[in-house]
Design a protein around this ligand. Structure first.
Ligand code: SRM
Ligand code: SF4
Length: 567
């Protein structure tokens, strides 16, 4: 524990003091790394390592057993890489795969729904080596967790637009621009010498942000990044195949606390349009407004959406205009029509090919049906282009030259990477949950595949098997699986029990409403059977499931979540 920790009369949260007293995120992490009597970190370091992209976890399946054996929980770290826009080269993939196989408990790579990957189960003693490997291949895990701007998302599919490269570069620029300036990461993990200059955080400030902060760059009409769940969003406005500026939307977020009506999910709101040259200055002003006005006394009220609610959107906007010396122009016209990834082969505008591979819940491992991990590794050894991770937890093998297409297709087929999958499954998502997530209340990733099979059977029974429903599961109300932007969203309450939400829409700008509370998987399937049956009989032509349950008033539409979500 850092010694001079003391609470002031301002009633700041404990986390604020941890940051303040951390010596720019150093804490005493170095000492903990030397301590071989435990696999864990102590005191404030538990929280500080998150700023460096790691979480201390323990395997929850083993908790009771280890406790009975009087052993400490099986501590190990999860590392989350920074990968703005989700692009990773074949060479980088090979190294990551090798580290995962040799040095993690689970030997898997987990693609996240924010276009990066996590490695679960790294022992404390192996942490430095993973950072050094990342550094050697041009990657890091800086600022992928805790109270900073996280991994910046960008529409994944490079085939979909001529402006993709430009947008991807913006995602990188914004990510780099908003990174912490402290050299703590380089000193602790890469053994770089401490520079004896004073540390300074010009954008984030010494106590960083009040809470996590999430950013996207989006190319309409494809909302694969689920922009409405993010704090700050730049929607590309394109003229003559060039980006001329961005519509800026702020204040999205999905987490709630069961039963706490002071928490609500919220969709990002429009601030206005800016020309390209204003992008970084506006990004900085939004972040610093949130830094200075955000609530530091209550972490459940600290995200941008609550700051906007507390100060009002107009004042927030004025503050951003003042800080960046601009006036927002009216929002330019834009629309979205899709969210999911198009699985399979596509030809790009340069005549190259890409293969989008469906990855159930983003988990990359080998099993009896599919050698996903080995297959991707094999592709990486011959593929000269990149891999692109998507916000739907899938992976795109991109920039495949025509002459290499057959070779990659052969590998993909022989390892079972190309499969016939229902639209329902392709569009499903679950958060990690058990066994690694300390906050999990119910299963998510481990239950989804079989659960989808059951729902597929229902769809088949009512001849709806070719249809899409966006179905997502989160193991707790933090909502990492973005269930509160799904047409059918499950949120864990306790082992085997969930709240069932319905009525989100296909493009992700309507929050679903609770339909049944605290029910079992079996009960959920009975309700879904009833709802899907009715949808199959009474839907209007091509009417989506979410739109149907709203039109039929099966649940009330959530128009303003602050008022409508709970009531
Ligand atoms: Fe998340 C915390 C996993 C996307 C809202 N999230 C966690 C932790 C780190 C648990 C913890 O704090 O100890 C989970 C680690 C589990 C594990 O074992 O890996 C975790 N979140 C994930 C991932 C891996 C889910 C996935 O299956 O893909 C996603 C990682 C994204 C990334 O690469 O950065 C992930 N988390 C999200 C999203 C969705 C999104 O960002 O698009 C949300 C909802 C959107 C939002 O932020 O409102 C989300 N995670 C949370 C929250 C609630 C935050 C809040 O506003 O209150 C927590 C808990 C917290 O921060 O206190 C949380
Ligand atoms: Fe863990 Fe809850 Fe997030 Fe799932 S939703 S990963 S259970 S924090």
């Amino acid at each position: 524990m850092i010694k001079n920790f003391k609470k002031s009369s301002l009633n700041l949260t404990k986390e604020e003091y941890i940051k303040e007293n951390s010596n720019y995120l150093r804490g005493t992490i170095v000492d903990d790394l030397k301590n071989e009597t435990t696999n864990g970190f102590s005191g404030d370091n538990f929280s500080l390592i998150r700023f460096h992209g790691m979480y201390q976890q323990d395997d929850r399946d083993l908790r009771i057993e280890r406790n009975q054996q009087k052993l400490e929980p099986r501590y190990a770290m999860m590392l989350r890489c920074r990968l703005p826009g989700g692009v990773i080269s074949s060479k980088q993939w090979i190294k990551i795969d090798s580290f995962a196989s040799k040095n993690t408990f689970y030997k898997t790579i987990r693609l996240t729904n924010r276009q990066t990957f996590q490695l679960h189960g790294i022992l404390k003693k192996n942490l430095k080596s993973v950072h050094q490997i990342l550094h050697k291949i041009g990657l890091d895990s800086l600022a992928t967790a805790n109270d900073v701007n996280r991994n910046v998302l960008c529409t994944s599919d490079p085939m979909q637009s001529e402006v993709h490269q430009e947008c991807y570069e913006w995602a990188q620029k914004i990510s780099n621009f908003l990174l912490p300036h402290t050299k703590a990461y380089a000193e602790i993990w890469l053994n770089q010498k401490k520079i004896l200059s004073t540390d300074h955080e010009p954008i984030l400030g010494k106590t960083y942000l009040p809470r996590k902060f999430k950013t996207t760059v989006v190319i309409p009409p494809h909302n694969d990044v689920d922009l409405y769940a993010n704090d700050m969003n730049f929607i590309a406005i394109i003229e003559n195949k060039k980006i001329i500026g961005f519509n800026v939307l702020i204040g999205g977020g999905l987490s709630i606390t069961h039963g706490n009506k002071q928490t609500w999910p919220f969709l990002a709101l429009e601030l206005g349009y800016i020309t390209l040259d204003k992008t970084l200055s506006v990004a900085k002003s939004i972040v610093t407004t949130q830094r200075d006005w955000g609530n530091r006394s209550n972490r459940k009220n600290a995200k941008t959406r609550y700051t906007i609610e507390n100060m009002g959107l107009n004042l927030f906007k004025k503050e951003v205009e003042k800080r960046s010396n601009i006036t927002f122009e009216p929002i330019r016209s834009y629309f979205f029509d899709t969210r999911g990834d198009k699985i399979g082969w596509k030809k790009d505008i340069n005549g190259n090919w890409s293969l989008t591979i469906f990855v159930q819940n983003g988990r990359i491992y080998d099993n009896d049906n599919q050698l996903l991990k080995s297959g991707l590794l094999k592709i990486a050894t011959v593929h000269k282009g990149n891999f692109r991770l998507t916000s739907n937890q899938n992976i795109i093998v991109s920039e495949i030259l025509s002459e290499n297409k057959n070779q990659i297709e052969k590998i993909a087929l022989s390892y079972g990477l190309i499969k016939n999958t229902s639209k329902l499954r392709e569009n499903s998502m679950a958060c990690v949950s058990f066994p690694t997530c300390p906050l999990a209340m119910a299963e998510a990733e481990r239950m989804l595949s079989n659960f989808i099979t059951e729902v597929e059977n229902i769809m088949l029974k009512y001849k709806m098997e070719k249809e899409i429903i966006i179905l997502r599961v989160s193991g707790c109300p933090n909502g990492c699986g973005r269930s509160l932007l799904a047409e059918i969203g499950l949120i864990g309450k306790s082992i085997g029990r969930y709240n069932l939400y319905i009525g989100g829409n296909r493009i992700g700008n309507r929050i679903p409403k609770i339909y049944k509370e605290n029910i079992t998987e079996k009960e959920i399937l009975v309700h879904l059977d009833f709802l899907i049956k009715n949808w199959s009989i009474y839907r209007k032509a091509n009417e989506d499931f979410g739109d149907f349950v709203i039109r039929k008033k099966i649940v009330k539409e959530v128009i303003n979540p602050i008022h409508d979500f709970w009531n």
